[in-house]
Ligand binder design. Structure first.
Ligand code: 4AD
Length: 503
């Protein structure tokens, strides 16, 4: 549109006439004034149409405008400290409806998350998801800039993969012209090959895992960025991961401080994500899990959550009594019904958590030295520290075949997971890779993998093999941590999880 101005630029147009195109986010009218909050993708702007002056001709039309109608409006921009963005439009000289709207399903009153997820294609017009998706876009840009600025070469790895990259569980099978292939779980094996050509490489794209669990951390389709560096050991991988996460957090704090505040995200927690991050070994993590601090943490949770359920029950009976008492106006009834729905949703979530806590206490108390850290264990560890925590040197038997066997303790591998703070759990998994041909082949056989599938990968150990390593950072889990979102589904425009494929 030739004469279009964007709301984000309005401060440069104070006292000038501009034309805005956008959607009606909110509209209300008093006897003489109609207020429209316009949303144009770049921001929000209040437009004021008064009945008795130059805007009179449009007052009635604007008054009828439903939520989400698309409009074109021309008027003058005035500085107004009390308005969002510090400006508002008045003295409207042109107004037209570009696309009318029916009864929009997402109203300003609160809705349950299930309803909102079903309407995801509309929901992301609302403020919170709008902010989250913009922060995600900034994180993607920060990721690309970090590696491009450090001379990493981008390698696009295939999505159709002939064999497993991360173990045979969780594979999505695809019929590839009568051949059985899989959707990629990782691009790692391919970037390993590419780093022998370019020294420093990364891939960044969608990966797929047939996760049958409906947890708040698992998607079936998620984006992973995977750098790989040659002539590198585990310490080099950890240093890269630390610099990388710090750079992402710094960028979001620089570009989105106000957005984070709107989301209610604690800025202090993100400001704590500075070098050096906490580092513990898997053996130390095992001690912590079996020790008193972990049990105390969960016992306290149990007490707090049980008390909250009692509070909710009391609030529910009070609100329900008001509702059944009658005599309420329609808007009051809507408001109370929404409150009841929200309380019920919160109570449902708490009841599940309360039921799980004893099990999580048992899992932590009986944590086996040879075990992988499960989700609840990761949550405990990451809640005990203010900064993100690196956990290194896991038992070889619970980790992938390609990880470098530790020189001092061959039952362990040189790997690392990064647990985000505040119970957000693992956002990075990485390792030094096994560069020794014989050791790697033995691991492939031990895992029951077919050697022929990995001949090309073994070639890397036949021709100029060097110590090398890298990691994968899950984009959605990182967005969830940085935005402080309870559930990973809100980090993706169209999340894919077990039981969720629409819209
Ligand atoms: O620890 P993972 O499985 O590591 C790999 O795939 C390695 N090949 C990476 C490498 O070394 N190049 O996964 C890496 C990260 C996890 O830390 C997590 O952030 C994310 O990918 N992730 C998931 N995110 C959402 N939903 C899932 N189902 C995920 N599984 C892993």
């Amino acid at each position: 549109m030739k004469d279009r101005t964007y709301i984000k630029d309005l401060r440069d147009h104070v006292d000038a006439q501009v034309t805005l195109f956008g959607w009606v986010s909110k509209a209300r009218a008093t006897g003489k004034v109609s207020f429209i909050t316009l949303r144009d993708g770049s921001g929000l702007c209040q437009c004021v149409l008064e009945k008795n002056d130059v805007t009179a001709a449009f007052y009635d039309e604007a008054k009828k405008c439903p939520q989400e109608a698309a409009i074109r409006i021309r008027g003058t921009i005035f500085a107004e400290d009390r308005a969002v963005g510090g400006v508002e439009m008045r003295d409207v000289t042109e107004f037209s409806v570009v696309g009318n709207s029916g009864e929009y399903p997402i109203t300003p009153k609160p809705h349950g998350t299930d309803f909102l997820m079903k309407n995801r294609h509309l929901w992301f017009r609302s403020q919170r998801p709008w902010i989250v998706l913009r922060i995600r876009a900034t994180i993607v840009d920060a990721i690309r800039s970090f590696f491009n600025d450090r001379d990493f070469i981008l390698i696009d790895t295939p999505i159709f993969a002939p064999a497993a990259g991360e173990g045979a569980q969780n594979l999505f099978e695809v019929d590839y012209f009568d051949e059985k292939v899989y959707l990629a779980q990782t691009g790692q094996l391919y970037v390993e090959a590419a780093c022998m050509a370019h020294d420093k490489v990364y891939c960044f794209g969608p990966t797929f895992r047939a996760e049958k669990s409906k947890t708040r951390r698992h998607l079936t389709e998620f984006w992973m960025v995977e750098p790989e560096i040659a002539f590198a050991d585990l310490d080099d991988v950890i240093e890269l991961a630390e610099d990388f996460v710090c750079a992402i957090v710094r960028r979001v704090l620089k570009d989105h401080r106000a957005d984070l505040e709107t989301l209610g995200r604690s800025i202090d927690v993100l400001e704590n994500a500075v070098k050096p991050f906490n580092r513990i070994t898997h053996a130390e993590a095992a001690e912590i899990l079996r020790g008193p601090k972990a049990t105390e943490l969960l016992q306290t949770d149990l007490t707090t959550k049980t008390a909250r359920v009692e509070e909710i029950k009391a609030a529910l009976s009070e609100t329900e009594a008001k509702l059944s008492g009658g005599g309420l106006k329609a808007w009051q009834q809507d408001k109370l019904t929404a409150e009841v729905n929200n309380l019920r949703e919160e109570m449902g979530e708490l009841e599940v958590e309360i039921e799980n806590i004893p099990h999580h206490i048992e899992l932590a108390r009986n944590f086996d030295d040879g075990g992988d850290l499960g989700g609840s264990n990761e949550t405990i560890i990451s809640r005990l520290y203010d900064t993100p925590t690196f956990v290194t040197h896991y038992p070889r038997d619970c980790k992938a075949f390609y990880m470098k066997q530790n020189a001092d303790d061959p039952t362990r591998v040189n790997n690392v997971d990064l647990l985000a703070s505040e119970g957000f759990g693992e956002i990075i998994g990485g390792s030094q890779r096994e560069e020794n041909y014989d050791v790697l082949l033995k691991r492939i056989n031990e895992e029951g993998l077919s050697q022929s599938d990995y001949e090309w990968y073994l070639d890397l150990r036949r021709y100029g093999s060097v110590p090398h390593g890298g990691f994968g950072l899950g984009l959605e889990r990182t967005v969830a941590w940085i935005c402080g979102l309870k559930h990973i589904r809100e980090t993706s425009a169209y999340p894919r999880m077990m039981g969720k494929i629409y819209p």
